[in-house]
Every structure is written in C-alpha cells, then in structure tokens.
Write a protein that binds this ligand. Structure first.
Ligand code: 5GP
Ligand code: ZN
Length: 118
C-alpha cells in the first residue's frame, strides 16, 4: 500500500490534478461530490492515503474508518439530511460493483432510496 498511486483517479483528485467539487477536507480525508450523482445528494468520502478497498482495512489502518464515519455523521447534520435519512455504501471488488480502486464511501440522500440494490 502506498500513500499515493499515480494511476488512481481519486489520488489525482486529492493532489488537485483533477478538479472536483470539494465539500470538506482535512489532513486525512476528502469529501467531494460524485460526478454522476444517483440522488440529489451524492458525496464520496475517501482517505487521502491510497487504500484499494475495505478488504485492505486491518488493525493497523482502521482508525481512518472511525474518522470517516464520525465525519459522515457530522456532515449529515450540517447538510440537513439526518432527519429524512441517508445511505452509506462502499462497493468492494468486481461483484461489489467497485469501479474506482481507491477506498470510498458513497453518501446518498434527498430521495427515497430503494432496497435491495440490483
Ligand atoms: P464505485 O463504482 O467504485 O463504487 O464508485 C465510483 C464513483 O466515482 C462513481 O459513482 C463515479 O460516478 C465516481 N467518479 C468516477 N470518476 C470521478 C471523477 O473524476 N470525479 C468525481 N467527482 N467522481 C468520479
Ligand atoms: Zn488512490
């Protein structure tokens, strides 16, 4: 695992090589709008460290997950989506539907979401 992967779209977003609509960032995470929104609110939360997906999370790097989920909870209040609700998703690998191999959490809100997913 490396801090930055030069071939990774999300690492390029972190390093400002690709523009994005940034909602929040600190030294460990970045929150930005999905380029192809599936709901009125569709954010992506990513670690700044290049981690491929949730399968690469273990006791040495799981602190980032705590930080991400604390931030999602806080952002949900600030964006006023906490009352009606929202969904947090991470797709992992081929069958999980992951298309970008840099760990990310989708936050979807602003409409009634269906279940189960396809
Ligand atoms: P996945 O399918 O891997 O779970 O999600 C990847 C997400 O990244 C997709 O929802 C896709 O729309 C989004 N995405 C891909 N490339 C870009 C980009 O260059 N900018 C932004 N803002 N989102 C992107
Ligand atoms: Zn990356």
């Amino acid at each position: 695992m490396s801090i930055t992967n030069q071939d990774c779209i999300f690492c390029k977003i972190i390093n400002n090589q690709i523009k994005s609509d940034i909602i929040y960032q600190d030294n460990r995470i970045l929150v930005f709008k999905d380029i192809n929104p599936e709901a009125p609110v569709h954010l992506l939360i990513i670690p700044k460290e290049h981690i491929k997906n949730i399968s690469e999370i273990n006791s040495s790097n799981s602190d980032i997950i705590k930080h991400i989920f604390e931030k999602i909870s806080e952002l949900a209040v600030n964006l006023n989506i906490n009352k009606d609700g929202y969904r947090v998703i991470t797709n992992c690998g081929k069958h999980g539907g992951q298309t970008v191999e840099h760990l990310h959490f989708h936050v979807l809100a602003g409409r009634q979401l269906q279940w189960p997913p396809g």
